[in-house]
Design a binder for this molecule. Structure first.
Ligand code: ADE
Length: 233
């Protein structure tokens, strides 16, 4: 998978892309991630990426020109890949990200993420450039960068071969519309609080039954909405 990120704050991505699993996934060549400074695609000497809204009103609007130019440049550079990149705009107006949507997007060969800012973005970007608009939740961030990082993190761990243990994907939260069962590690007795004895029994059939029951109990307690098809597989 290849991910290009278009942003006015490229430095924000440095840490997140150079740590932990995302770093390892790039080293293992499971994903290639490129961050582009939107200002490099402006045409004026002030490298302006925004302007006042037509019709008046407060704040500034992101201009269409630099965003179109950035996307077109990334696309033409990668003609050899012959992939139709999916253009994703991060915005609070988008479809809400969940594990089901992440799984669909994780199958893409090439994503171009556009981080929105200010009061908004010229509507022609939405109409003529963007394939999918995604929100990471019903709250407003100062910009799309944190949302893009959340999306990248969620997608990268779903790419086959990125996580060492295949089971860690199979049994994690949201798999089968359930939250994860409780986990314990050593010591079995911590400050007189004991691990459920069944987990020490060595009876794997019983342990699996207990885990399933606990996953159901926790989901019913914390996220009953998941039973109503909250997340598609
Ligand atoms: N930009 C601002 N708020 C956002 C959100 N909740 N999701 C995605 N992008 C955003």
């Amino acid at each position: 998978m290849r991910i290009d990120i278009i942003t006015i704050f490229p430095d924000m991505f440095k840490n997140i892309l150079n740590e932990s699993i995302i770093k390892r996934a790039q080293a293992k060549r499971k994903v290639k991630i490129f961050v582009h400074n939107l200002r490099d695609y402006t045409l004026d000497k002030h490298r302006k990426v925004d302007d006042r809204p037509f019709g008046g009103g407060s704040g500034m609007v992101m201009s269409a020109e630099p965003i179109f130019r950035a996307v077109e440049k990334i696309r033409t550079k990668n003609k050899a890949l012959r992939t139709k990149a999916k253009i994703v705009l991060l915005s609070p107006q988008g479809k809400r990200l969940n594990q089901g949507l992440a799984k669909k997007l994780a199958k893409s060969k090439h994503l171009i993420l556009v981080c929105g800012h200010y009061e908004g973005i010229d509507e022609r970007v939405r109409q003529y450039l963007v394939d999918e608009e995604i929100s990471i939740g019903d709250y407003v961030l100062t910009g799309g960068e944190l949302a893009a990082m959340v999306l990248v993190d969620t997608l990268v761990r779903l790419i086959p071969g990125v996580l060492g243990d295949k089971n860690s994907l199979k049994f994690e939260s949201f798999e089968g519309n359930l939250l994860e069962y409780p986990q314990y590690t050593r010591p079995a007795d911590f400050r007189a609080i004991k691990v459920p004895s069944i987990l020490l029994s060595g009876d794997h059939q019983k342990i699996n039954q207990w885990r399933k029951k606990e996953a159901l109990r926790i989901t019913r307690l914390k996220r009953p909405d998941l039973f109503n098809g909250g997340i598609k597989k």
